[in-house]
Design a protein around this ligand. Structure first.
Ligand SMILES: Nc1nc2c(ncn2[C@@H]2O[C@H](COP(=O)(O)OP(=O)(O)O)[C@@H](O)[C@H]2O)c(=O)[nH]1
Ligand SMILES: [Mg+2]
Length: 223
C-alpha cells in the first residue's frame, strides 16, 4: 500500500503552498485504487520521495483562527480521514503571533483523535519571516522541522523528513527464485525466516517478511 501523508493546521499556515510545490508523480497514473479511504478529492495527489518511493499527500480543511469551541467539535469530524494517514504534517505559521495557541489547539485535537505522536511531524513554516529559532516546548515523541515553503531548498528538506518519519512497513511476500539466481536465494535464506519453501521446476518458491527496501530489492522475484 502506498503511504498517505496528511497536512493539518490553521488556515494560512502554508498547507496549500506545500501541496502545490511538492512535485507530483506521473500524472497519467491512476492512483484511486491505492487509496484507503473513499473521500479522495482534488486536494490529494501522488508524489515521490527522494528515494523514489511514491506517497499520497492530502490537504485537509484548515482551522480558522479563534474558532469557537463548538465549531472545533464539528470540525473534528472532518478530520476523521487523517486517522488513516501514515504521517501527519502539522503545519504552523511560525510568524503568526498566535503561534502557541494554534500549536496547542491542533495538538489537542490530534490527541483527542488518538493520533500517535510518533506519527506527527510538526512543520514550522515561514521561517523566512522569523528571526532565530522557536522555543515552543516539544511534546514528548514529536518530531519537527523548520522550513519556508516558498523556498525551493525547503521542499527537499521536507521530503527527506517525510521519508525519515514514515513508519517502516513490512510486506509478506511470496517469491519465486529461479535456479540461476541461487546467490539471491542463499542471501534470502541466510537473512530471513521463511515459510512454505518449495522446490519447483521453475525455481524455489517461499514466503518471507520483507522491509520496504528489501521488497524493492527483490521485487522482480515477487509472485
Ligand atoms: N513568507 C512566506 N510566506 C509563505 C510561506 N508559505 C506560505 N506562505 C504564504 O502564506 C499564505 C497562505 O498560504 P497557504 O498555502 O494558502 O496556507 P493554507 O491556508 O494553510 O493552505 C500565502 O500567501 C502563501 O504564499 C513561507 O514559507 N514564507
Ligand atoms: Mg489551503
Amino acid at each position: 500500500m502506498i503511504p498517505i501523508v496528511s497536512l493539518v493546521g490553521y488556515t494560512n499556515a502554508g498547507k496549500s503552498t506545500i501541496l502545490n510545490r511538492i512535485k507530483i508523480s506521473d500524472a497519467k497514473e491512476v492512483f484511486v485504487k491505492d487509496m484507503l479511504f473513499a473521500t479522495l478529492d482534488p486536494s490529494s495527489r501522488k508524489a515521490k520521495l527522494l528515494n523514489g518511493m511514491d506517497f499520497i499527500i492530502s490537504d485537509t480543511v484548515g482551522f480558522v483562527s479563534k474558532l469557537p469551541t463548538k465549531l472545533v467539535e464539528a470540525f473534528k469530524s472532518t478530520l476523521e480521514e487523517i486517522k488513516h494517514s501514515d504521517l501527519i504534517l502539522h503545519v504552523i505559521d511560525a510568524s503568526n503571533e498566535d503561534l502557541e495557541i494554534q500549536y496547542k489547539t491542533t495538538m489537542d485535537i490530534l490527541e483527542e483523535l488518538k493520533v500517535d505522536r510518533s506519527r506527527i511531524l510538526t512543520v514550522f513554516n515561514k521561517m523566512d519571516r522569523v528571526g532565530g529559532d522557536l522555543l515552543i516546548n516539544p511534546r514528548h515523541g514529536e518530531n519537527r522541522i523548520y522550513i519556508s515553503a516558498t523556498h525551493d531548498e525547503s521542499m527537499d528538506k521536507l521530503l527527506k523528513a517525510i521519508e525519515d518519519n514514515l513508519p517502516e512497513r513490512f510486506y509478506n511476500a511470496k517469491l519465486l527464485i529461479g535456479y540461476a539466481d541461487s546467490d539471491t536465494l542463499s542471501e534470502i535464506l541466510n537473512k530471513h525466516n521463511h515459510e512454505n519453501l518449495e522446490y519447483r521446476e521453475d525455481g524455489v518458491s517461499l514466503e518471507v517478511i520483507l522491509s520496504e527496501a528489501e521488497f524493492r530489492k527483490y521485487e522482480r522475484f515477487v509472485v
